[in-house]
Design a protein around this ligand. Structure first.
Ligand SMILES: Cc1ncc(C[n+]2csc(CCOP(=O)(O)OP(=O)(O)O)c2C)c(N)n1
Ligand SMILES: [Mg+2]
Length: 378
């Protein structure tokens, strides 16, 4: 696994100011929120065990083929992103590159509960969602390389994966921008009576944007089939949620619009699946939206260029105690659905897919100069 972005915490501003004899109301607030570390190892382990027994229950209710796809997609996502970090450091990928390591259960648990025809839209942290939606790893890696074989012909890069064929509508760089677009997509689906619903992913920092509140209001008022999935990885760049939001409870924000909402453990792929199934039912049968707050943790830096000096290595390790892939494998083994040999095979398949993706990206040509202005609108 690549090294997660972290450094020892630097001296907090409030402490520095206090030494210099400076202290004001803002410093007190900063001081109150300066610890981003809210996980206790023993508690995390207990939570892990509790989850394991409820995972076992839902595993028993789920088709074996689907369980295999879920594990495969999670492992593929993890190995793919590790490879991205490796080739990025070799200079093969330019520009921004935001990795999804640690959050795989969110994309996999929710998206594999929907139908192929349903629409998905997300932020710039989009490689894994793109692959789960059906875009081949080759086309995602070539896009990262800026090559012609990429899913957007090499013109979008890491943050702008897109495929109309697979109903995947990006990859958006403006924090919260996709929430408004998703609401419009759900409106269109209802207007056309297409039977589609929309899964809209965004980070917890996007919840502080006006567009989140405007969109949820409209979606509930107009009864739109949209599932808003807040991927709470607890940081917006280098700022912990505690320092940027007056309340930790994001799911409950939907109460302001009388919208259905749920808090979900994002390290538990089966819990994500079940909560999404409830939201899907609501969307299909009653054309009603849902807000899901799915809590996970971002193991890597915000992007590949993040030195991570706002959190400690210990904090990351605590969350890795409940790694979503390890937890899922343990439960699958205990439920006697799969064993070590199956896991090995899945690992091999995922690694082969990642190697093929890199080979394809390396060999794919750069876009032709004559293509510079085609499909470019702004
Ligand atoms: C409107 C806007 N403001 C600021 C930024 C700069 N920015 C990029 S990512 C980011 C943090 C977003 O964090 P979050 O929504 O929690 O998503 P995560 O990166 O954790 O997945 C910010 C502030 C931006 N891209 N767009
Ligand atoms: Mg975040």
């Amino acid at each position: 696994m690549p090294k997660a972005a972290t450094r020892q915490k630097t001296e907090p501003k409030a402490a520095k100011d206090a030494k210099n004899g400076k202290s004001g109301p803002l410093d007190d607030i900063i001081k109150k929120h300066q610890s981003a570390d809210f996980v206790d190892v023993e508690l995390a382990k207990k939570e892990y065990l509790k989850r394991r027994s409820s995972q076992l229950e839902s595993i028993k209710r789920t088709d074996k083929k689907l369980l295999r796809s879920m594990l495969y997609q999670m492992v593929l996502g993890r190995r793919f992103e590790e490879k991205c970090a490796e080739v990025y450091r070799m200079g093969k990928i330019g520009g921004f590159c935001h990795l999804y390591i640690g959050q795989e259960a969110i994309a996999v648990g929710s998206m594999l509960a929907t139908d192929e025809k349903d629409m998905v839209i997300t932020s710039y942290r989009d490689h894994v969602q793109a692959m789960v939606k059906g875009i081949r790893p080759e086309a995602v890696m070539a896009e990262l390389y800026g090559k012609e074989g990429g899913c957007v012909k090499g013109k979008g890069g890491s943050m702008h994966m897109f495929s109309k064929e697979f109903e995947f509508y990006g990859g958006h760089g403006i924090v919260g921008g996709q929430i408004g677009v998703a609401t419009g997509m759900a409106y269109a689906a209802k207007y056309r009576n297409s039977g589609q619903l929309v899964l809209c992913f965004f980070g917890e920092a996007a919840v502080n944007q006006g567009i989140f509140h405007e969109s949820l209001n409209m979606a509930q008022l107009w009864e739109l089939p949209c599932i808003y999935i807040c991927e709470n990885n607890q940081y917006g760049m280098g700022t912990s949620q505690d320092r940027a939001m007056s309340t930790r409870n994001i799911a409950k924000k939907a109460d302001a619009f009388e919208m259905a909402n749920e808090f979900v453990d994002g390290m538990d792929v089966m819990a994500v699946r079940e909560a999404t199934l409830r939201a899907i039912d609501r969307a299909r049968k009653k054309s009603l939206p849902t807000l899901l707050e799915v809590r996970a943790y971002r193991y890597m830096g915000h992007s590949m260029s993040d030195p991570g000096n706002y959190r400690t290595r210990e904090e990351i390790v605590k969350y890795q105690e409940r790694d979503p892939i390890v937890l899922f494998k343990d439960s699958l083994k205990e439920a006697k659905v799969f064993g070590d040999k199956d896991f090995e095979k899945i690992e091999q398949e995922a690694m082969a897919a990642v190697d093929a993706a890199v080979r394809f990206a390396e060999e794919s040509p750069l876009p032709n100069e004559s293509e510079l202005l085609t499909d470019v609108y702004a």
